[in-house]
Structures are given as structure tokens and as C-alpha cells.
Write a protein that binds this ligand. Structure first.
Ligand code: AMP
Ligand code: MG
Length: 320
């Protein structure tokens, strides 16, 4: 029997009973639990096999709840929340003492956002606690952007996926922390840097690979298909070097013809980076199911959401 359902009151009841429920957001599907329930949060970590040192994002119904979660709101955090919430932007700020250590991995800061999905906003409004909701996939694998993706992963582990259709944004939120009053991008994501800079001015990026680009192991393998995947800015060249293989191609805007290509997906024929982002993970899920020897993925132009998509593709192609 399917665990996919559109019944919000059933999700409310499960969450109130300290169970976990997969929920739709505009970024990816999340595996949600009451942040104050040790049982639910333990279940989130165990279901995902997520290491406990990896903190969770707290999802709230509106900006009005922010002071319940964080103890200090810098001026630029306020501007960002006003500009982008509800939306795919996460703020990391000093935590209120009621936020459990297991949510923040013992840090004195907490990550928080208001998701922009009508069903999940309705759900949050019916609960008297916020939800922690990391992506609803086993740690390290491709993130889910449909209810079916979640069911394929967790049919035997969880009771319910609340169906909210395909995720409109398609990659995780952009995460912004603060050094004093200065905002810093910790993770590239669904809100483009250019849009953020229009609100708070020039912003520094401290992705792990920017801190230590050449240090082995710093670039975490994540969002990864199980099929070997390589990244290129020249698909034809990459295919020429692998003609003996059964190849799948993930192209940005223009497909490619070659007899070794067994399966091909073009993300956006009109070169629209938002369209490409919304289709990225589903494309990786589809490619991964084709019994290919190799996936050849094309880098996007490094602007707007292209930067965030390239970040995900790089992590997806780190060798295990
Ligand atoms: P996700 O896996 O998409 O739920 O995002 C969770 C990510 O948010 C973590 O892997 C961290 O990178 C980031 N994060 C959450 N809380 C904090 C925090 N207190 N400080 C810094 N980064 C955080
Ligand atoms: Mg994740």
C-alpha cells in the first residue's frame, strides 16, 4: 500500500504523536519531526542515517515566530527575512536556550526558515511546535523532489508522505550565517546570490570548498547517484573518451548525438536556470535507474542558480 497521502489532518496527528512525516516544500521534500520531541528527532536521524554532528533546519510558519527560536536578529537578517520569507533562504542565528542541542549539533546557533509551500504552511499553522525537516533521503543520496521519490526511499521506514506535488524550486535553500553583523553564505541554494546582494550588498561565500578548495575530503560527497558520474563543460569530448560505455547525458540546454548515448535529459531548452534547478534531482533519479555505466553531466554557466546547480553537481560527482 502507498504511504503517499494528501490528508493534512493525518499528518498533524502523526506529528503530534511524535512520529515523523515527509512533507513537501518548495525546495525538496523534508523528513519532518517536532523539534522538541527527542523521539521524533532521533527517528529523523536514524531514518536518514544522518550523522548527529550535522545540524537540522527549523521550519516555522511565519517570521513572527522567529524571536521564539533565535535570541538575536541582526539588521541584515531582518532585511533578508522580510525580502525572502516565505522562501528558500535559511538564516543561521544565535539560538534561544529552549532549542534542543540535538537540533543544532550542540552549536549555540540555529538554522531557521519559513518554507514557501501552501500545504506545509497550512500544516505548520495547525501545529504548536516548529518542525525540523532535513531532506527526505538517505544521507548522501539524491534529494527527493516528488512524493514518489520519498516513497521509493522510505516506504518501509515511515508511515506517511504528505503529497504536495513536484517541488517548484528543486534544490535546497541558500544558507546564510553571520559574523557579527555581516552576512556570509554557508551554502549555495535556491535563492540566487545576485538576488541576495540586491538586498544586503556584496556578500562573501564560505562554502566548504571555498575555505579549502584543494584539501582532499573537504568536498563532501552528497546528492550523489549510485551510477558513476562525471562533470564536463564539453559533453562530446567526454563521450569520445568513453565510447565503450553505455552513457547517460544530463545536458543544460542542448542535447547531443552519439551512438554510445543510451539516455539523455535536457534540463532547459530555453536556458532558464530556475527550470533547470527544478528538474535537476528528478533527472538524476531517472538517469540512475537506467542501468548506465556512466552519467556525463554538463556544467551550467556560473551565474544565478547556475552556481548552485554546479555546486550540487560537483558534490554529486565526488568519488566515494
Ligand atoms: P539540510 O541538510 O538541507 O537540512 O540542511 C542542513 C544544513 O544546514 C546542515 O548540513 C548545515 O550545513 C546547515 N546548518 C544547520 N544548522 C547550522 C548551524 N547552526 N550552523 C551552521 N550551519 C548549520
Ligand atoms: Mg540533504
Amino acid at each position: 500500500m502507498s504511504i503517499i497521502s494528501t490528508d493534512i489532518s493525518k499528518a498533524v496527528a502523526l506529528l503530534q504523536a511524535e512520529d515523523v512525516v515527509a512533507i513537501p516544500t518548495e525546495t525538496v521534500y523534508g523528513l519532518a519531526g517536532n523539534i522538541f520531541s527527542e523521539k521524533a528527532i532521533k527517528c529523523v536521524f536514524e531514518t536518514k542515517q544522518r550523522p548527529f554532528f550535522n545540524p537540522l533546519i527549523v521550519h516555522i510558519a511565519s517570521v513572527a515566530q522567529l524571536p521564539n527560536i533565535v535570541s538575536y536578529i541582526p539588521e541584515k537578517a531582518r532585511l533578508l527575512a522580510d525580502a525572502f520569507w516565505p522562501g528558500p533562504l535559511t538564516l543561521v542565528l544565535p539560538k534561544q536556550s529552549i532549542i534542543p542541542d540535538v537540533i543544532t549539533a550542540g552549536k549555540d546557533t540555529v538554522a531557521v526558515r519559513v518554507p514557501n509551500h501552501p500545504i506545509t504552511l497550512k500544516l505548520l499553522q495547525q501545529l504548536d511546535f516548529p518542525l525540523a525537516a532535513p531532506s527526505a533521503n538517505p544521507f548522501g543520496s539524491i534529494s527527493p523532489t516528488t512524493a514518489q521519490h520519498v516513497e521509493d526511499y522510505f516506504k518501509h521506514h515511515i508511515k506517511m508522505v504528505l503529497d504536495g506535488g513536484a517541488c517548484q524550486r528543486g534544490i535546497e535553500s541558500t544558507i546564510i550565517g553571520f559574523e557579527g553583523e555581516a552576512p556570509i553564505i554557508y551554502r549555495l541554494g535556491s535563492t540566487a546570490i545576485e538576488a541576495i546582494e540586491r538586498v544586503v550588498g556584496t556578500i562573501e561565500i564560505k562554502n566548504k570548498e571555498d575555505i579549502a578548495p584543494n584539501a582532499p575530503g573537504m568536498l563532501e560527497r552528497h546528492y550523489a547517484p549510485s551510477t558513476q558520474t562525471i562533470l564536463t563543460d564539453n559533453i562530446s569530448e567526454a563521450i569520445k573518451n568513453n565510447t565503450e560505455k553505455r552513457i547517460g547525458v544530463l545536458a543544460f540546454s542542448t542535447g547531443c548525438h552519439h551512438e554510445s548515448i543510451a539516455f539523455q535529459i535536457v534540463l532547459s531548452q530555453t536556458k532558464n536556470d530556475q527550470e533547470a534547478a527544478s528538474k535537476l534531482y528528478d533527472a538524476l533519479h531517472q538517469l540512475d535507474k537506467q542501468n548506465l555505466d556512466l552519467i556525463v553531466a554538463e556544467l551550467l554557466p556560473d551565474v544565478g542558480l547556475g552556481k548552485s546547480i554546479n555546486d550540487r553537481l560537483r558534490r554529486a560527482t565526488v568519488q566515494p
